[in-house]
Design a protein around this ligand. Structure first.
Ligand SMILES: C[S@@+](CC[C@H](N)C(=O)[O-])C[C@H]1O[C@@H](n2cnc3c(N)ncnc32)[C@H](O)[C@@H]1O
Length: 444
């Protein structure tokens, strides 16, 4: 299915099945995309002009993508704090890359950018300071046969004792035993270097099913799955709702979610993902230092960094860390939690320097920031000088206005911390001496 809006160049918006590299594709250019963009109502988008440090930057506001235009792949449907919807990276991947190009996300989270790029036949690099990011992302490049997952689950004993911490407020005792059995099995496989893609898939699904607000999760009713509450808060929830944890068949839940994640994947998409996954780099470090990525190699980065101190990744992830045998304090230490705009800019300035090193001449960065502190802080305006100081040219700011529906809120837009529903993306380009006569005049 094609997007319904009109974008030139026509290399954009290929269905996933048509990603054969074509040497005749024009070099992608964001100016052409923005100049010729027409919204769903067919009207051309005219920019507002921003004055940033004496330079005029164009700001385009429109509904650039919506859930209605294209159903996202089911493979994305795992939850993660402050993730964006797949339509966001898809817009830039379609517009600014060709098949075989390298797409990167330095703050990869649940892996939305790299999975979407993999589906489209691009090569990928993902990085995140939180090791859970790789646990959630890598297995989804290698779709398993659900029958093989079922067989593997059957072979795992369900007899281990209870957990080393009190989890009785979340799980029925028999459910807890199953979770502990699975956890021990995965540790054992890992310790003996026997962990394979099926084990990784099971670990990914189980991590995502630990807690949630329906019978599709292992726990009694609690907050949505990307935020584990503390044991004390859960006790309060149980008291208020007069609930006790019921038994949940964890292995049936894993199997059901496996089928659901795979339900929309075509054979071509599966093979695109496997190809991208095999050559992918999954890094677990600080976005400021990524020596594993060679200079001048990345065509497009699509990313959204942590926004000041809004999301408590360390607190939210304590149960997921426990299940994956990770120390949450160590995990928490790597995650940037800037309290002030200056602190945030100091970190992001260094991220941009690193992005400029790895971006190839003529390549792009689409940097998404949220609306923070009730829109009193416009991070997009802070970001422009940082990108420029690192050596990029700012090509404009895109504000995607979304029609806010209940379903569109399920899997992606919870970075709208103030209940707003826009994505704010600053687009940068790296100077290409072979194409641009003068870096200062190359900005249109
Ligand atoms: C807003 S989330 C990204 C969500 C992602 N776009 C998605 O769709 O899932 C920000 C991510 O940055 C990671 N992070 C925070 N500080 C980091 C750092 N200094 N280097 C790399 N990753 C970091 C967090 O662990 C979190 O996953």
């Amino acid at each position: 299915m094609l997007y319904q809006y009109t974008i030139i160049p026509s290399s954009a918006n290929l269905p996933y099945d048509s990603v054969t590299p074509s040497p005749t594709q024009a070099d992608p250019d964001i100016n052409t995309v923005l100049r010729t963009f027409r919204g769903l109502d067919g009207t051309k988008t005219s920019p507002e002009l921003l004055d940033i440090g004496g330079e005029t930057i164009r700001k385009y506001t429109a509904e650039f993508w919506t859930p209605r235009q294209r159903q996202a792949s089911s493979i994305h449907e795992i939850s993660y704090r402050a993730c964006f919807k797949p339509q966001l990276p898809r817009f830039f991947i379609d517009s600014l890359t060709k098949a075989g190009d390298l797409v990167y996300d330095p703050f990869s989270g649940r892996g939305t950018t790299v999975l979407e790029a993999g589906l489209c036949g691009r090569n990928v690099v993902a990085n995140d300071a939180n090791p859970l990011s790789r646990i959630m992302t890598e297995p989804r490049f290698f779709s398993p046969d659900p029958d093989v997952v079922g067989k593997r689950l059957k072979a795992i004993p369900r007899s281990a004792g209870s957990a080393d911490i009190d989890l009785s407020m979340f799980f029925h005792p028999d459910t807890e035993k199953e979770i502990v059995s699975l956890k021990n099995y995965l540790i054992d496989r890992n310790d003996h270097a026997r962990m394979d893609q099926i084990d990784r898939w099971i670990a990914m699904v189980a991590t995502n099913r630990l807690t949630g607000h329906s019978k599709g999760f292992f726990s009694v009713y609690t907050l949505p799955p990307n935020q584990a509450v503390s044991p004390q808060s859960q006790q309060r929830i149980n008291k208020k709702r007069e609930q006790v944890p019921e038994y949940r068949d964890t292995y049936q839940i894993i199997l059901k979610k496996t089928r659901s994640l795979l339900r929309s994947l075509s054979a071509a998409e599966k093979s695109n993902l496997v190809r991208a996954g095999k050559s992918a780099l999954f890094l677990n470090g600080d976005a400021r230092t990524t020596p594993q990525i060679p200079d001048n190699t990345v065509q497009l980065t699509v990313t959204s960094p942590p926004f000041l101190d809004i999301v408590q990744y360390r607190e939210d992830n304590w149960l997921r860390c426990w299940f994956n045998n990770l120390d949450r304090d160590t995990v928490g230490k790597g995650i940037t939690m800037a309290r002030t705009v200056d602190e945030w800019c100091a970190v992001m300035g260094r991220v941009f320097v690193e992005l400029c090193r790895i971006t190839r001449p003529g390549g792009y960065v689409a940097f998404e920031v949220g609306e923070v502190r009730k829109r009193t802080i416009r991070l997009e305006e802070q970001v422009i000088p940082l990108g420029k100081a690192a050596g990029f040219t700012c090509k404009g700011v895109l504000i995607n206005q979304q029609s806010f529906t209940k379903t569109s809120n399920i899997w992606g837009v919870d970075n709208n911390a103030c209940g707003t529903n826009t994505n704010r993306i600053v687009v940068f380009r790296k100077h290409d001496p072979d194409q641009d006569s003068d870096p200062n005049t190359s900005q249109s």
